[in-house]
Design a protein around this ligand. Structure first.
Ligand SMILES: Nc1ncnc2c1ncn2[C@@H]1O[C@H](COP(=O)(O)OP(=O)(O)OP(=O)(O)O)[C@@H](O)[C@H]1O
Length: 455
């Protein structure tokens, strides 16, 4: 017995009872009415999966117009219910008209039971998939709304930040590729989201990809998708990030971490505005707004032969440099107050304030980790505070010019990694200068970065 609700409408009593008897053995709920006017007394018509509807009701009239009229009425009241028309042999043209007007199928009288059951079965499946598509569409809409919510407030009063935001507003309405650069934690992703929010794509998705965390082997499948069976773990067809971002914005973060091989693949997708899933040979066009970000000096990397010049030209039609927190001093206190407010509410300490010397300590610090470091500093201070006033000693700040490795790191390898990171940060990603400071050749530095997956 299948779980479906069926309504039969036919003025011929023997047709009605024959159908009722046949279908009662197959389906959980079957109802029959001889007068279509009764439709209006079915307040929950949309609960029926299928309506079997005769095309002619008034005795002696065979125009089929009654059937078309009642089809329209049912579709008005219950758009997702499937209607199957029943018509006499010789009225096929009319049945085709009914299908064009929204009927899901038709059957000819006299019918063959197996054919009738098959027609009903496929109409039920069709209704089920239509319902699923509807549900998916509405949850996709909800998800987009949640994802694009204006929760990423950009805080700051400095001229440097205002200049960036002005530029963002100017380019947001266009579809040009944008490259956002700046030190770690300056707010590059926040700026990318703002670009999306101010663009004509604001109601579509914003898909962010951390290029630094994708392994070389999974790069193509992650970005371009794959077909089932194209490699051992490809259990089903899957769309990649480019397809997922279709109609929206694709944000590629940590662009400086790509190998030359992956750069070539990315360039081809960006140039052609289309991708090919791994294991397929079909070109799939994608309509995306591309925003990239990095804390590396890409022109320097081009000069060093480790970043493709043509890729750099493709991605940086407009270049936005997000200033470090050191360059926007006005913002330190404004941001600190913002985070204090946020975390004191979150941790149930709404009375908490900062005293003057605490503010001075924040102003005198260099903030190598920029806004992210300030955010963490404030959160930690709020959590650990005992009274109602934050004092300088509540802020745990690391000496800013310290390029030595953190001694709490567990292994030699980790300490080495930290030293390399610090050197690269100090020299804005310039490999030659970092290598010189570390006392190794550029090649040795490059080999190490490659070993750690940081090249
Ligand atoms: N102007 C700002 N106002 C409020 N919050 C900010 C601001 N700038 C940055 N933040 C917050 O600081 C954190 C770091 O920002 P974000 O991730 O955008 O930086 P990023 O430059 O992309 O970092 P990374 O280089 O590590 O990828 C986030 O939690 C972000 O919300």
């Amino acid at each position: 017995m299948q779980k479906a609700k069926i309504l039969i409408i036919d003025d011929n009593k023997s047709v009605l009872s024959a159908l009722e008897i046949l279908l009662q053995f197959e389906y959980e709920s079957v109802e029959a009415i001889s007068n279509p006017n009764q439709i209006s007394s079915y307040p929950k018509l949309e609960e029926f999966d299928i309506v079997l509807l005769d095309m002619n009701f008034s005795a002696g009239v065979n125009t089929g117009n009654e059937g078309l009229f009642w089809l329209k009425e049912i579709k008005k009241k219950a758009p997702s219910t499937s209607v199957i028309m029943m018509t006499a042999y010789g009225a096929i043209d009319l049945a085709v008209t009914a299908v064009k007007q929204g009927a899901s199928d038709f059957i000819l009288k006299p019918w063959k039971n197996e054919k009738l059951l098959l027609t009903i079965k496929s109409a039920i499946e069709l209704r089920k998939s239509k319902k699923e598509v509807q549900q998916l569409k509405s949850s996709e809409k909800n998800l987009k709304q949640v994802i694009n919510q204006d929760k990423n407030l950009i805080v700051g009063n400095s001229k440097a930040l205002h200049d960036v935001l002005n530029l963002v507003r100017k380019v947001a309405k266009t579809d040009v590729n944008v490259l956002i650069t700046g030190e770690n934690g300056t707010g590059k992703e926040l700026i990318a989201r703002e670009l999306h929010r101010a663009s004509t794509r604001q109601n579509e998705v914003f898909i962010g990809v951390d290029m630094g965390s994708i392994s070389e082997t999974l790069f193509e499948s992650e970005l371009f998708g794959h077909t089932k069976g194209s490699f051992t773990d490809a259990k089903e067809d899957r769309a990649g990030k480019f397809e997922a971002a279709n109609s929206g914005t694709l944000f590629l973060d940590e662009m400086g971490n790509l190998s030359l091989q992956t750069q070539a693949k990315l360039l081809s997708a960006i140039q052609n505005r289309s991708i090919v899933r791994v294991g397929s040979n079909k070109n799939i066009p994608v309509d995306i707004r591309l925003v990239c970000a990095t804390n590396c000096n890409l022109p320097e990397m081009v000069a060093n032969g480790i970043f493709r010049e043509d890729l750099l030209y493709r991605i940086n039609t407009i270049h936005i440099e997000v200033p470090s927190l050191r360059e926007r001093e006005n913002d330190v206190i404004v941001l600190a107050e913002f985070f204090l407010d946020k975390f004191s509410n979150k941790y149930g300490k709404p009375q908490l304030r900062m005293n003057q010397s605490a503010q001075e300590k924040l102003l005198n610090y260099r903030w190598p980790g920029n806004v992210r470091e300030l955010q963490h500093t404030m959160e930690r201070a709020v959590i650990l505070s005992d009274g109602n006033v934050l004092k300088p000693e509540d802020f745990l700040l690391t000496p800013s010019n310290n390029n030595m490795p953190d001694n709490s790191l567990a292994t030699l390898d980790e300490m080495e990694k930290q030293m390399v990171k610090n050197a690269l940060q100090k020299h804005d990603g310039n490999y030659s200068a970092a290598a010189e400071q570390l006392g190794v050749s550029r090649q040795t530095l490059y080999n190490k970065l490659k070993k750690w997956g940081m090249s």
